[in-house]
Write a protein that binds this ligand. Structure first.
Ligand code: ITT
Length: 200
C-alpha cells in the first residue's frame, strides 16, 4: 500500500522524501493530493512524540493508508527548551519562519556565546489504518548564532550551527544536513519499522 507523508510543510516534505529515498526505502509514496484531502489536525500533544503519533494516526485513519508524520522543533537551552513543540508558531502565525527566527534572535540578543546552546528534535511516527503506531526520535546539538547565515533548509536553519561544524545547517547542502540532522536521524531509525510493516 502507498505510504502517505503526512505534512503540510513543503520544505519538510522535501526532506522526508529525500531521506527515505536515500535510505533505500522501496515503498511507494502517495502523492501530496492524498494528504491534501485530510482535515486539519489539532496538535494537542505535550511532546514531539505525542504530536507525531497524533498526526500519523489521524492521516492513516482518514486515508486508509499507512502514514508517516514528523513533529519537530528547536529547543533552546536558555529558553528552557522553548520554542520546542511551538516552533512553527512561536511568533504567532503558524509557519511564519522569518518572524519565528527574528523572535528567537531577539530573545537571545543579550546572551553570551557560551550560553547559546540549542538542539533540533524530531519525532517520526509510522501509523497504520488499524491505529497501530511506532515512534522514534532524533536530535542534533549546536549553538545559535547572532545573525543569519546561508540560504538552504528552512525554519531556524540560518542561525543553527551544529557542534563540530563551522557552518549553519542553512549553509550545508541537502546531503550534509540530512547526514546529521534530527530529521535524518529519526527517519533512518524509522525505516526498519516501515520495511517490517510494509515490505521494501
Ligand atoms: P506539519 O505539522 O504539517 O508537518 P509544521 O511546519 O507545522 O508542519 P511542526 O509542527 O513539526 O511542523 O513544526 C516544525 C517547526 O520547527 C518548523 O516550522 C520550523 O520552524 C522548525 N523546524 C523543524 N525542523 C527544522 C529544520 O530541519 N530546520 C529548521 N527549522 C526546523
Amino acid at each position: 500500500p502507498q505510504l502517505v507523508l503526512a505534512t503540510r510543510n513543503h520544505k519538510k516534505l522535501a526532506e522526508l522524501r529525500r531521506i527515505l529515498d536515500e535510505a533505500g526505502l522501496q515503498v511507494e509514496l502517495a502523492g501530496p493530493e492524498v494528504f491534501a484531502e485530510v482535515p486539519d489536525i489539532a496538535e494537542t500533544g505535550a511532546t514531539f512524540a505525542e504530536n507525531a503519533v497524533l498526526k500519523a494516526r489521524a492521516v492513516a485513519a482518514a486515508t486508509g493508508r499507512p502514514a508517516v508524520a514528523d513533529d519537530s522543533g528547536l529547543c533552546v537551552d536558555a529558553l528552557n527548551g522553548m520554542p520546542g513543540i511551538l516552533s512553527a508558531r512561536w511568533a504567532g502565525r503558524h509557519g511564519d519562519d522569518e518572524a519565528n527566527l527574528d523572535l528567537v534572535l531577539g530573545q537571545l540578543a543579550d546572551l553570551p556565546d557560551d550560553r547559546r546552546g540549542a538542539h533540533f528534535a524530531c519525532a517520526a511516527a509510522l501509523a497504520l489504518p488499524s491505529g497501530e503506531a511506532e515512534v522514534v526520535t532524533g536530535e542534533v546539538f549546536g549553538v545559535l548564532l547572532r545573525e543569519r547565515r546561508g540560504e538552504n533548509g528552512f525554519g531556524y536553519d540560518p542561525i543553527f550551527r551544529p557542534n563540530g561544524y563551522d557552518r549553519t545547517t542553512a549553509e550545508m547542502d541537502a546531503a550534509e544536513k540530512d547526514a546529521i540532522s534530527h530529521r535524518g536521524r529519526a527517519l533512518r531509525a524509522l525505516v526498519p519499522h516501515i520495511a517490517a510493516r510494509l515490505g521494501g
